[in-house]
Design a binder for this molecule. Structure first.
Ligand SMILES: Cc1cc2nc3c(=O)[nH]c(=O)nc-3n(C[C@H](O)[C@H](O)[C@H](O)COP(=O)(O)OP(=O)(O)OC[C@H]3O[C@@H](n4cnc5c(N)ncnc54)[C@H](O)[C@@H]3O)c2cc1C
Ligand SMILES: Cc1cc2nc3c(=O)[nH]c(=O)nc-3n(C[C@H](O)[C@H](O)[C@H](O)COP(=O)(O)O)c2cc1C
Length: 596
């Protein structure tokens, strides 16, 4: 009978390399190789494991999930992998690494995700030295960058890390892979190439089951225990879609409830829900008319099956920002200015078509249908912060969704998914594809006694409704402080009754509200924070976790600036000391953001 193989856990007081060496040693020693007189035959023992660190930068968990998949695959290929959060990694630690795979997303406008900011800054400073001596000459690395081609600064953070490591003298073992939202294929190819390159340079001659002969399974996507996932969403019944905004509001924020009965889907407060939308039939009709088609034409769906054109345009293809391929197909002359970045960006060139329909209408000639379909992007699911605790609403999941509507270039525009949920999916009838997107970095404190401060104006309230429900359901005793607001109290105080009831029953210790348009001067949540600087700082000193959710473009930046100001003023610190205080909060995972 084979003996169990001893394993050195991550918590053991060894470096990654020492741990890998020891695990390799034990694996070889205790492998199933024939044992001669109690001593393993050296010829048959497994080769030692190669240490490999997988470093991730992730805001909403995608890169983290991929890092874990890398570790799983690497474990099968004779590596001893360690998954490392960038927030836990400094320059000194990198100096001790030999084999490094970096996976990072990009946020904001080309910025690294929150957990990657400090390492990014440290590396930027290191390469910025007048004469950077190669400091990581023994390091072999490769980068997988996650991003979204809707953004001008596509995969910028990944590109930065790739350059930093190169400048510090490390060896790139395989080229960086820049992934759009559809990352599976590129991820698999990159992983295969990276592990093959690392093992062929390091390990003894590969055997027939070696890395070179293997390929990464495409099916290993992070799947909830239910078996439902991004690539296999659960058709959930929409049970409620209710407008929370009152008459007179400039907004329409809907409370959405799905029934998860029978799905086996499990989520935690802080997770997001992926929703698979359909395009608006009126927009599809406009596109069909512009193409001169009746919708019955047979076309390929992204999965290779053949479907009628109307269904393809409704369910499978993105009719939002045109791809560069589509611009080149329809109007080669304007293709050069096509990459104007995020459609909402003010930097957009006036001639850049905003949506597929604009490009079609501006085209000098109708395209061939097959070429047109080939140039479309896949319609992507949208993520929404879950606004319910599963403990308070077993079998259900709730969302808080702001409908996106605006006029542009003489045309009324609608956000695909938010208006699908608000207008087109009929409560009680519609089944909508959903999946759970785990966000482990955004959870209520593990200790129920720890105070929490939540800043979530507008739809940013969503995860905090879930956090508060969770704390009430578990009887957690920690103090809870919510900063909430929007334009007008009378029209925009969503979940008013629930929040006031939570205040009355003691779940919500403090509720500070900011209504920007109820008085002459604009008042926002960040102003409320600075008004209560002394108490806010006292909560932080008492160990409070600080959370922000909602608008990334302005609110989250202003709240971050207010947090620094509070710490400076109430903590009597210099700007540098306040920055260090905030950095320490982040490193201790006491400052978490869910911003979009
Ligand atoms: C982790 C995460 C959590 C989220 N949680 C929530 C949540 O709880 N609630 C919520 O409502 N949303 C949330 N979102 C945002 C959500 O995923 C969608 O992005 C949002 O609903 C818009 O999607 P849509 O399909 O309706 O619009 P789309 O069809 O994707 O259109 C949106 C795009 O339209 C353009 N646009 C919008 N307004 C204008 C304008 N005035 N002028 C020009 N262009 C404009 C912009 O380019 C914008 O990107 C979250 C996002 C993430 C990543
Ligand atoms: C608010 C926001 C800003 C983003 N900014 C960028 C960007 O500037 N460039 C880019 O390539 N991708 C951008 N993205 C896309 C993310 O990088 C992409 O969705 C990635 O898969 C997320 O990975 P994560 O869950 O590990 O953070 C942005 C996404 C959001 C929600």
């Amino acid at each position: 009978m084979s003996q169990p193989v001893p394993f050195i856990p991550d918590s053991a007081p060894f470096s990654a390399e020492q741990r890998a060496w020891l695990n390799g040693f034990f694996a070889g020693m205790f492998s199933r190789a024939p044992v001669v007189g109690g001593v393993p035959s050296p010829r048959e023992a497994s080769p030692p494991l190669t240490p490999l660190t997988i470093l991730f930068g992730s805001q909403t968990g995608t890169a983290e999930g991929l890092a874990k998949r890398v570790a799983k695959e690497a474990g099968k290929r004779n590596f001893a992998p360690t998954v490392l959060d960038m927030a836990q990694c400094g320059l000194a630690q990198l100096g001790g690494e030999k084999n490094l795979l970096v996976i990072t997303s990009t946020y904001g406008d080309g910025e690294p995700p929150d957990n990657a900011k400090a390492l990014h800054a440290a590396l930027a400073a290191a390469v910025g030295d007048a004469a950077p001596s190669p400091r990581l000459p023994a390091l072999r690395f490769s980068v997988l960058a996650l991003g979204d081609t809707n953004y001008t600064q596509f995969c910028k953070a990944g590109a930065d890390f790739d350059l930093f490591f190169e400048k510090l003298g490390a060896t790139r073992i395989t080229p960086r892979a820049d992934c759009d939202l559809d990352y599976e294929e590129k991820f698999s190819a990159w992983l295969n190439a990276a592990l093959t390159a690392l093992s062929s340079a390091e390990a003894p001659t590969p055997t027939s089951t070696s890395a070179a002969a293997q390929s990464v399974s495409h099916k290993s996507e992070t799947v909830n225990e239910s078996g439902f996932s991004r690539s296999r969403p659960f058709p959930a019944l929409l049970v409620t879609s209710r407008n929370l905004s009152a008459a007179g509001s400039a907004k329409q924020i809907n409370h959405i409830e799905f029934d998860l009965t029978g799905s086996g889907l499990a989520y935690e407060a802080g997770d997001a829900l992926g929703v698979v939308p359909h395009n608006c039939p009126a927009l599809v009709a406009d596109v069909l008319a512009a193409l001169g088609c009746d919708g019955e034409e047979a076309v390929p769906a992204p999965d290779g099956s053949t479907v009628p054109l109307r269904r393809a345009l409704t369910e499978f293809y993105d009719l939002g920002k045109p791809s560069n391929d589509l611009l080149a197909l329809l109007a080669p002359v304007v293709a050069g200015v096509a990459d104007a970045g995020r459609p909402s960006s003010t930097s957009a060139a006036p001639s850049t078509p905003h949506h597929v329909i604009d490009a079609l209408l501006a085209a000098p000639a109708k395209p061939a249908l097959a070429d047109f379909i080939r140039a479309l992007r896949k319609l992507q699911p949208r993520l929404y912060s879950i606004s319910s605790s599963p403990k308070a609403h077993p079998g259900q999941v709730h969302l808080t969704v702001g409908a996106v509507r605006y006029d542009l270039a003489g045309r009324a525009r609608k956000g695909v998914c938010s208006t699908f949920l608000a207008d087109r999916a009929v409560a009680g009838q519609a089944r909508v594809g959903v999946f759970v997107h785990s966000n482990k970095a955004f959870r209520p404190p593990a200790n129920g006694d720890t105070p929490m401060i939540m800043v979530g104006p507008g739809t940013g309230i969503a995860p905090f409704r879930a956090f508060l429900e969770e704390r009430r359901a578990t009887g957690a005793k920690g103090r809870n402080w919510l900063f909430f607001g929007d334009q007008r109290a009378a029209a925009d105080f969503i979940y008013r009754d629930e929040l006031l009831a939570m205040q009355a029953d003691g779940t919500l210790t403090r509720l500070d509200l900011a209504w920007s348009r109820d008085q002459q001067e604009k008042i926002y949540v960040q102003n409320r924070m600075t008004e209560h600087a002394t108490e806010l700082f006292a909560w932080l000193e008492a160990g409070a976790h600080f959370y922000v959710c909602g608008d990334a473009s302005r609110m989250a930046k202003d709240v971050d600036a207010a947090l620094h100001a509070v710490i400076e003023r109430a903590g009597k610190k210099s700007a540098d000391e306040a920055a260090a205080y905030v950095q320490a909060l982040k490193a201790a995972k006491r400052y978490a953001r869910d911003v979009y």
